[in-house]
Design a protein around this ligand. Structure first.
Ligand code: SF4
Length: 509
């Protein structure tokens, strides 16, 4: 596919199933008098690394909500004319990497839902672990579905409760009591923006200010920077923020639970220029590299990183040991996953579609290659081989996080443990498999020392899951001999029938 709308020469498609993929990015803006569709477009461009399957923008114009969404990248989907045709004062946007549901137009977000004569559009990042139960109950209650995504379940559940209570805020609050998992959501109606986050704070969401009357929410601060908004604070776990002509109103909709922010955001997902808890992601990754160098030094001629997320830790690793740091792998930035199936020939080209070795820098050298993770091992194997073919004498692999041994159920696509090489092999065996001269992983303690002190989810390294995983959801996803640990129980409401939640709330009052 070629798209020259914004100057990109966009030719090639790969489906790199070997690495962990970004999840989704959400953006929302309340800015009367401004071009909210265009500002949302810019916000989504800053969040494009979080999802490349599809993108969408929904705008509230005071009367109704208009949505434009499609498969592909932001630059492919939205033309000047599209954005100009969406005037309004409030908008949400979404970039998607599908972890739940197929890659289809219907699965693209924001999801539109009609509640009586009110239209809402929902943008969701994360995964709901009890969406199957909720979907079946909603279908039993006569609610129709267009896609198989958990995001549509959330939109329809909010719609159901809103109809029952006649208040969107109540609809959101009741839905948050029932849904379990990791989520950050932005919702727009014709005249208001809502933003809310799961009670553990697993998925990120920040609040920014554009001027006295204009507010922004986004998955990462880099999306605030691009439109000149100033970071205010994180949306709190379990909080709902409503922004409208009445100003900004915050409500603790559900009790916060033990903080469990996804630590993989810092390792891999977030952009290095984003800031979390006052620290840039770049500086955290640099520190991970320094810790890694202390734990697993190597006597080499050059330290390189696998672009992009492996570059800051590689720099930190090199500086800690006083070694040269340089480029050894060049990334083709114009390759992305889209809805076009790759050909067999493309599959065989594999990782070469995205990376190429730089013989000038690596030939005849002993090299440390720093990467963010090893998932199935096949990508690492290809990169090591590529470096050796380019003349590297030795390739020592260093990973700036612990071994990924457990599947993630909160928005990342590592949902089957048998696919994770470290769940089946010890580091020595993984080293043999990828053909490296040595291999070491950063310890969990070293990782935690590199990031701000906060509560983290580290389940993909430890099997300690902050949100209870329903047996039906995890069935067949763990290898024999692995016993996951649930750190909390699902909420009382989530174990009820949908129609009983309102009655129960009335009784509690
Ligand atoms: S399991 Fe891993 S990737 Fe998933 S939310 Fe927890 S830390 Fe993040």
């Amino acid at each position: 596919m070629r798209d020259e709308r914004d100057g990109l020469d966009f030719d090639v498609v790969t489906d790199d199933a070997e690495t962990i993929h970004e999840e989704c990015g959400v953006f929302g803006i309340w800015a009367p008098g401004r071009d909210v569709a265009r500002l949302t477009y810019f916000g989504l461009r800053a969040l494009q690394h979080r999802g490349q399957d599809s993108a969408g923008i929904a705008v509230g114009d005071g009367q109704t909500v208009l949505v434009r969404k499609d498969l592909g990248l932001c630059g492919q989907i939205f033309s000047d004319a599209d954005l100009a045709a969406m005037p309004g004062k409030v908008a949400v946007g979404h970039v998607r990497y599908g972890t739940s549901g197929a890659r289809s137009w219907e699965a693209a977000q924001p999801h539109l839902s009609t509640i009586g004569d009110v239209i809402i559009a929902l943008a969701h990042n994360g995964t709901l672990v009890n969406s199957d139960k909720l979907r079946l109950e909603l279908i039993r209650l006569g609610v129709p579905f267009l896609s198989d995504t958990d995001s549509e379940v959330a939109a329809k559940l909010i719609g159901y409760f809103t109809e029952q209570t006649s208040h969107i805020r109540e609809g959101i609050r009741n839905a948050m009591e029932m849904i379990e998992g990791g989520y950050a959501m932005a919702l727009v109606r014709e005249n208001a923006l809502y933003a809310f986050r799961d009670p553990h704070g697993i998925r990120p969401l920040v609040l920014g200010k554009l001027d006295d009357d204009s507010w922004v929410v986004a998955s990462e601060t880099c999306a605030l920077d691009i439109i000149g908004a100033k970071f205010q604070r994180q949306v709190r776990p379990g909080e709902v923020i409503r922004i409208s002509d009445d100003g900004v109103v915050s409500e603790q909709a559900v009790e916060p639970r033990a903080c469990a922010t996804c630590i993989f955001e810092h390792v891999y997902f977030a952009r290095p220029d984003s800031v979390v808890n006052g620290r840039s992601v770049y500086s955290m990754r640099y520190e991970m590299g320094r810790q890694l160098a202390r734990e697993a030094p190597a006597d080499v001629d050059l330290v390189i990183g696998v672009p992009d997320s492996g570059l800051p830790p590689a720099e930190g690793f090199a500086h800690e040991l006083g070694l040269p740091f340089g480029e050894g792998l060049i990334k083709n930035r114009y390759v992305a996953r889209t809805f076009i199936a790759p050909t067999q020939e493309m599959r065989e080209m594999g990782v070469r579609m995205k990376l190429n070795a730089l013989p000038d820098n690596v030939e005849g050298k002993r090299i440390v290659m720093v990467d963010d993770s090893i998932v199935r091992g096949t990508t690492s194997k290809q990169i090591v081989r590529m470096l050796k073919e380019a003349g590297a004498k030795e390739v020592h692999v260093r990973i700036n996080c612990p071994e990924v041994k457990w599947p993630c159920f909160y928005g990342i696509d590592t949902a089957v443990q048998s696919q994770l090489i470290s769940a089946r092999k010890d580091p020595e065996e993984v080293c043999d498999f990828i053909g490296a001269d040595s291999l070491a992983f950063l310890s969990l303690e070293g990782l935690l020392r590199s990031v701000p002190t906060d509560g983290y989810c580290d389940a993909c390294y430890t099997g300690r899951y902050p949100v209870e995983i329903p047996p039906a959801f995890s069935a067949g996803k763990f290898l024999d001999g692995y016993e996951p640990q649930n750190l909390s129980r699902a909420s009382r409401a989530s174990r009820m029938q949908i129609e009983d939640v309102l009655t129960s709330n009335e009784e509690d009052e």
